[in-house]
Design a protein around this ligand. Structure first.
Ligand code: AMP
Length: 155
């Protein structure tokens, strides 16, 4: 199955995504046409298309805005389905709740907005996608997957 590019490649713009990598162990029995997510993560930004000269100053501002953030725990709360903005891909995800997530997003949003890029979704829905498909994923058929195989208590 081909993963359709959401945006055509534009010379000079670097597709950039701010996220937390999540060390989830994924053991899913997926129906055909549904692919396991190869690098599970918790997104904190939309995909941004940056000219090269924005990369370093944005990383520096992000580091500065994140200074003082302390570690926190986050937990999976429920299964959910998402669609990308272009409605070309659907995602099976575990929603995540954690006290520190709003503060983290505030730091990321203020960084990207300072460079004129769009902030994250409003309201945000924090999640870790575990599988994706170019067609519709049915939530009920996959709900039987035991949550414990994916649980992490820290992101
Ligand atoms: P991700 O696994 O982080 O790439 O997220 C999968 C998809 O969820 C993205 O393509 C987003 O467009 C979509 N999405 C839809 N609504 C939201 C929302 N409120 N918060 C976060 N992601 C969302």
């Amino acid at each position: 199955m081909e993963r359709v590019r959401s945006q055509p490649h534009t010379v000079g713009l670097w597709a950039t995504h701010i996220y937390l990598p999540v060390p989830a162990e994924i053991a899913l029995d997926l129906p055909s046409g549904v692919e396991a997510e190869s690098s599970p993560h918790l997104s904190l930004s939309k995909t941004l298309y940056l000219p090269r000269h924005h990369i370093e100053p944005m990383v520096n501002l992000l580091k500065s805005n994140l200074r003082g953030q302390s570690r926190f725990k986050a937990s999976y709360i429920k299964w959910n389905l998402y669609q990308n903005e272009e409605q070309t891909r659907s995602f099976l995800a575990l929603d995540v709740q954690g006290d520190g997530l709003a503060g983290l997003l505030k730091a990321v949003d203020s960084t990207v907005k300072a460079f004129g890029y769009p902030p994250f979704y409003q309201p945000p829905s924090f999640h870790v996608s575990v599988a994706w498909s170019t067609s519709q994923i049915e939530l009920p058929s996959i709900l039987a997957i035991p949550k414990e195989t994916l649980a992490v208590d820290r992101v």
